[in-house]
Design a protein around this ligand. Sequence first.
Ligand code: NOJ
Length: 548
Amino acid sequence: MISQRNDARHWWRDAVIYQVYVRSFLDSTGDGIGDLAGVRAGLPYLKKLGVDGIWLSPFYPSPQHDHGYDVADYRDVDPVFGDLGEFDLLVAAARRLGIRVLLDIVPNHCSSEHPSFREALAAPPGSAARARFHFADGRGPDGSEPPNNWHAMFGGPAWSRVTEADGSPGQWYLHMFTPEQPDWNWRNPEVPAYFDQVLRFWLDRGVDGFRIDVAAGLFKHPGLPDSPDPEADARTRDSVNPLAWNQPEVHDVWRHWRAVCEEYTARDGRERLLVGEVSVPTAREHARYVRPDELHQAFFFDLLSAPWDVDAFRKVISEAIQDIAGTGSTVTWVLNNHDQVRTVTRYGEPAPEGSGLGAARARAAALLMLALPGAAYIYQGEELGLPEVVDLPDDVLTDPIFRRTGSRARIRDGCRVPLPWSGQASPFGFTQEAAGVKPWLPQPEWFAEHATDRALADTRSFWHLYRDGLQLRSSLPQLGDGTLRWLDTPPGILAFSRGDGLVCAVNFGTAPTPAPVAGEPLLTSGPCPPGVLAGSTAAWWITDGTHD
Ligand code: NOJ
């Protein structure tokens, strides 16, 4: 097996990137909202944790209908988060610490406040300004029915009707998310040309790459025909409408963006990274996005969606490695992000509250993820073992999914509550608490148990587990890029070897089992008596090689 992890040109193949949800990371101005200066202040903490880079959630000027995924200006910083000067300081500080910086780019849709969309609204049907989006006449005798039957991902129809300049009811425009997020028309050459300028603007400012929002989106089926199952996206909250997502033309865009990145690499030797948010039905489809001339990475969400079950984990890991690594790329693992219920809570259900089962499983899953071949992403607070905040009152919820579906069931505010840094009471050092200013989402009292100052002081904390795992990962040649070999194990146990004698085993059951490997483990996710792998626990060993 050839490991490329020491080749600086391919740093991304096994990088561990930390997702910074800027508005909830650290507030430097005392307005209750995290900002870029707060991220800069937190860099030493991230360096200590040992990550290779950060991905910054969108900080561009935006009316914040979907927390920045509704971009009004792709080439500036929203004053709430800072300004371009502060952005430059952040990039420079990160560079000094050897932390790469990825931005979140949102090419499928913009904000209804974006100047191009405002221009389109003011322009007549059939105009060049409208052709940058998907405007169409309605159906029915008076055009009062949407142009097709698609539903938006966050509920409701995917079309909204505009009022024309003369005050008459007019055309409709397409928005696969909220009405405040009109979809760009990527079949219009002006749109890719505009995004070229956006990419270059940030690359010229020194960024190391981009996380691409909705990377299987952009193109819609020509003619925008009716869908046989129009509510499928909203029902599954996944991009499953085959007419709206994953159209073949999107691959040409990623080939072009990759070429732009290579152009910058050719100038200074620094390899840029494109990581796509790719939701497609199968690992094989997914693999098409990371072919050698397309995206470097694409989040592999099947691990995140897998239930805590040994067979489910083994199946998704095997498929990913077979199909994605088969392209020559590596798999990009992720267990948490700003759209999903946090692992501690997800894996805890339906266990009785307070059983600690969710936390034990989340710790085991972390060691498993860090032992898998490929790259990994950590979502802020994951390293603190933060559970989901499930009981936020309705009047503080900001997720458009709640507003548009009236459902609390799958809202995303609970994983976005501002981080606890120190102290016993909210705001836990997150904000300087100027008179009366509170964090933008309320932090529960029990966040005190997870504050970073406590986590750093307690060697049994999640934080130390992640830090130790990351340190071993960067010092052991067996970890990171490469392959794995499954080991024969009793039911309920998952075990594999990496390279020269590193073994990772996970006990998915709750009862202890004999350790599959003799000798003292290098690292365990929870206490294990000698020779035993405790229930809901993972461990790493270096063996004499007989397990290879
Ligand atoms: C995926 C992002 O992760 C999510 O937060 C956002 O709401 C949608 N894309 C729409 O941009």
